[in-house]
Design a protein around this ligand. Sequence first.
Ligand code: NAP
Length: 239
Amino acid sequence: MSPVLILGGTTEARALAALCAARGIDAEVSLAGLVPGASYPLPVRTGGFGGTAGLARHLAGRGVRLLVDATHPFAAVMPGNAAQAAAAAGVHHAMLKRPPWLPGPGEHWQDLRDLAAAAAALPPGARAFLATGAGSLPAFSARTDCRLVLRQMTAPGELPPHVEPLVDRPGSREAETRLFRGLAITHLVAKNSGGPTRAKLDAARDLGLPVLMVSRPALPPGRLFVAPQAVLDWIEGLA
Ligand code: NAP
């Protein structure tokens, strides 16, 4: 049953696109277009739809039969829009989200509902490593009683005096351990994205650092898969 529309921007969306392409499934990928897109083996459209109504119009206009929300686990708006638009357009709907990380033995995690709660949970005088991206900074703006090291991929603009920039990518467990030790980090703040960048958490465990772990935004009710192959099986099962 096709056409299929995949809401992408993630490794999982690329993997699903590759599976669909290999099976000759008529599918299209949609990207928000905020950052230069990775290449996909399927046609790609770019840019927002204009909310739920716009997405529902797109689904109807293109004759889409299945909508797969494979956006990032921290995409807060699109999952709800996708579920509502699919219902409005009478389209099958599923979500593909990588599993969250779970704390292992010896890991000291505090789960926080959002970035503001994580910022509030830092003890005065903490020297925290923010692995939460540049967009997270406003939540920490009032914590001038702490020193914050903010890692981001690109050079930052002007930062407040209590924030030190670090332009770098996540590294191996050994590299992250060296980094945290060298910076005298006392707390790690992370978002529970799941996926391959767990080395920072292993490094925090090795150093006995507490982790303030920001939970994912809630998903709408619906069919949820964690593996691209399972989504492909579902698509082919509906054919
Ligand atoms: P969001 O808050 O859920 O979405 C904001 C708006 O961006 C949506 O309302 C929608 O605009 C548009 N949009 C989002 N995903 C889209 C897609 N795949 N195709 C077309 N339009 C899309 O999401 P976000 O956190 O801004 O993330 C934007 C994109 O970056 C997502 O595709 C996500 O997978 C990817 N991404 C996000 C993160 C993260 O940490 N949030 C990390 C890595 C990648 P309209 O309402 O106009 O349709």
